[in-house]
Design a protein around this ligand. Structure first.
Ligand code: C2E
Ligand code: MG
Ligand code: MG
Length: 699
């Protein structure tokens, strides 16, 4: 075999990882009974064929060169099936079929089944197939040959090893009928095994596999009579048939690869989102009344740490190990897919009830927690799994995925590991869901805008930066406030995309300004979810490098409330961000429950005091006391205090007296579209530092 051929041969990773057929059926199970039945009948047919033939004729045949050439070709063909689809169900068609069928026509049934059986054993041993599978393959090919032999017999054609038969043009009906019999018997026997193995309806297995298989079988069986004619004419010419076969083989393998690539993840070989959608939709269409369809969303905990500290190659290896463990912890017919990053999905096409689903999820977690040894180090993996069931939780794929995502997020937050979707804990009402759909489209179409609100020093009126705030103009509802859609997005997988979108836009804006000598940092709000192992620091680092910006061109704001939930994970990301040199602010301070200790541990540079306290410092002595003590606390930690919601001159003055560094609010400047912000900034930057009086009059 040439190097190219070796390269194109289906490699192990191309085989569907969910194909665990070699594990062997449980004795007494329907599949076991089926296989045992087929094997018994098949081997009986094999022996009957040999006895009817008689040893003498076989021995005579074995002395001919032709016999050995054919045997080699059949063995080679068996080793190199034409893959018509990457799906385990459809699988490949052995190219040996052409030669076996030729032997059947020329030398009769007994020789054909013998040659075929030898080839199956050789290929089975070389591919390290289990014995039950080898035996089944011998049985099914023998039975298919027998069916074809019977069909020839019906036309009065009874070739024997030494009484050969060579077809004429008029024999085409007989050949067609025999070919059909061969195909039907073989197809039915294999589909039966696959249906039982994957617990799928037989009819569906046949439907998905028949068309591609029929084409290849048609081509192979159709060529067989020509092989016979050549065999009759000159033995030496027979090996020439390898050339067209090889061409068919390479073309099919190539197209199968393309097919496979479109539907699979290249790193792990697992099905991708596209394939998952397909399989889920099939499962939903076939769901039986008393059963459920389960969709799990699984996210590795702390995977980012590995990626960050040990690099991508180790991270990739780890993902491959995870993929392997997951596929070996589910039943045949279940689908493990990789959605991207460290996010995997598992589809259980039919499961008894929630209890059973939970059992599977727990099993998956146990499989993952087995420590991994890599590069001399041991890793403890863990994952959070969210479960959504059809029809209990959602009627279609989109919603199932979304709800398993909500559940996964809950599992992460509660540290429970596995959680079911619970409608009461999901803040997504139908209206919110439709809004979420609209938001997704708005992101795709780039309909969301950023407005920029300046942050101004209360001491000298200098502009310290601008905060990027999302603005969404809904085609029907008009403007939708981020207060409404951000919490919605935060409960779904959309948040990642939304933040990426905002960061991209802010980075591009910063690049435009900074390269135009308008060196104003842009603050971007990130949500709690963005800090749960996301690729946020990477995205930022890559963007800053690409646009040739210093790290302090972008600031990040994280709301104080995140401290209440997932401290450990978030703190990791925060550390990575701090290491990048991107300054961090703790937003909405006063609305959460930060302790002094936590505040000190977090590597933030700035604390933004929530507008709800700031607005009323003029009227409420309590609020004034709170704000004053926050400012004192922040200053004592060596951090900067920024007041949000500065709505009046009096408030700004009070804050300045309290020692607050900077302010943000309508009185200073409202959030503005980029074009307006440029004008505002240019005007402001032309001015020298201002006294408080001047801050006021300028604003
Ligand atoms: P935030 O980060 O605390 O942003 C400040 C909010 O105060 C903004 O509301 C701003 O328009 C508003 N504001 C400005 N000046 C005044 C004032 O003088 N008085 C009062 N009462 N409010 C003032 P907005 O734009 O509606 O955003 C609300 C929240 O939505 C933001 O609060 C932030 O948490 C979130 N948000 C906005 N854009 C994004 C984003 O791109 N990503 C994320 N994750 N969250 C965002
Ligand atoms: Mg903010
Ligand atoms: Mg705020």
């Amino acid at each position: 075999m040439t190097a190219i051929a070796r390269h194109l041969a289906p490699r192990p990773e191309l085989a569907d990882p969910s194909d665990t057929r070699d594990t062997g059926p449980r004795p007494g199970s329907p599949l076991w009974i089926y296989l045992a039945g087929v094997i018994t009948i098949g081997f009986t047919a094999l022996f009957v064929a040999q006895f009817r033939l008689g040893g003498y004729e076989l021995a005579q045949l074995a002395t001919t060169m032709l016999f050995w050439i054919l045997l080699v070709l059949v063995v080679l063909g068996e080793l190199r099936p034409v893959m018509v689809s990457s799906s385990a169900i459809v699988g490949g068609t052995p190219t040996s079929t052409m030669f076996t069928f030729a032997v059947l026509m020329h030398h009769g049934l007994s020789a054909a089944v013998l040659v075929q059986a030898v080839a199956v054993v050789v290929s089975g041993v070389l591919h390290r197939r289990s014995w039950h599978r080898i035996a089944f393959n011998i049985a099914q090919t023998t039975l298919a040959c027998t069916a074809a032999g019977v069909a020839f017999g019906a036309f009065g054609i009874h070739p024997r090893p030494l009484e050969t038969w060579t077809p004429e043009g008029t024999d085409i009906p007989a050949i067609a009928l025999a070919g059909l019999a061969y195909f039907v018997v073989r197809g039915l026997l294999v589909c039966g095994a696959v249906a039982l193995h994957e617990r799928k309806p037989m009819i569906r297995v046949i439907r998905t596999s028949i068309a591609p298989q029929a084409m290849v079988y048609g081509a192979l069986l159709g060529l067989a009579p020509l092989v016979v004619v050549v065999m009759e004419h000159s033995t030496g010419l027979v090996p020439l048939f390898v050339a067209p076969l090889a061409a068919v083989y390479f073309t099919a393998t190539l197209s199968m690869r393309r097919d496979h690539q479109a539907m699979h993840d290249s790193l792990t070989g697992l099905p991708n989102r596209k394939m998952l959608i397909l399989r889920t939709e099939e499962a939903l269409a076939e769901a039986r009344e008393h059963e459920r369809v389960g969709l799990f969303l699984l996210d590795l905990d702390r995977f980012k740490e590995v990626n960050d500290t040990l690099g991508h190659p180790v991270g990739d290896l780890l993902l491959q190990i995870v993929a392997h463990r997951l596929t070996h912890s589910v039943r045949p017919g279940d689908v493990v897919a990789r959605l991207g990053g460290d996010e995997f999905a598992v589809l259980l096409p039919s499961i008894r009830d929630g209890h059973a689903a939970k059992e599977v999820a727990s099993r998956l977690r146990v499989a993952l927690t087995e420590p991994v040894r890599l590069e001399g180090m041991t890793f403890d993996l863990d994952a959070s799994i969210g479960i959504a069931l059809y029809p209990d939780h959602a009627p279609d794929f989109e919603l199932l995925l979304q709800r398993s995502d909500v559940a996964m997020y809950m599992a992460k937050e509660s540290r429970a590991g596995v959680e079911f979707y619970v409608a009461e804990r999901d803040r997504n009402s139908p209206e919110r869901l439709s809004l979420l759909g609209d938001l997704r489209r708005a992101i795709d179409r780039g309909e969301l805008d950023l407005h920029y609100q300046p942050k101004v020093s209360l001491e000298d009126g200098q502009v310290e930066g601008v905060e990027a705030l999302l603005r969404w103009w809904h085609p029907v509802r008009g403007p939708v406030s981020p207060v409404e859609f951000i919490p919605l997005a935060e409960q779904s997988y959309l948040m990642r995309e939304l933040t990426q979108y905002v960061i991209d836009k802010a980075l591009n804006q910063a690049a435009q300004w900074w390269h135009d000598d308008l060196e104003v940092p842009i603050s971007v709000n990130v949500s709690a979810r963005d800090l749960l192992d996301s690729g946020l620091p990477e995205q930022l680092a890559a963007g800053l490098t690409r646009l040739d910006l210093p790290p302090h061109a972008i600031h990040l704001e994280v709301t104080e409330r995140i401290l209440m939930t997932d401290q450990a994970y978030s703190a990791d990301t925060i550390r990575t961000l701090a290491a990048l040199g991107v300054p961090l602010a703790l937003d909405d301070f006063g609305t959460g429950y930060s302790t002094l200790v936590r505040l000190q541990r977090l590597q933030v540079d700035e604390v933004k005091i929530d507008a709800s306290f700031v607005r009323k410092i003029g009227e409420s002595p309590d609020d004034a006391r709170i704000v004053r003590s926050i400012i004192d606390l922040v200053r004592s930690l060596g951090l900067r205090a920024v007041a949000e919601g500065v709505e009046s001159d009096a408030v700004a003055e009070t804050l300045r007296e309290m020692g607050c560094h900077a302010g943000q609010g309508w009185w200073l400047a409202e959030p503005m579209p980029a074009a307006e912000a440029v004008v505002w900034l240019r005007n402001r930057l032309r001015l020298p530092s201002l006294t408080h009086e001047a801050v006021k009059t300028r604003s």
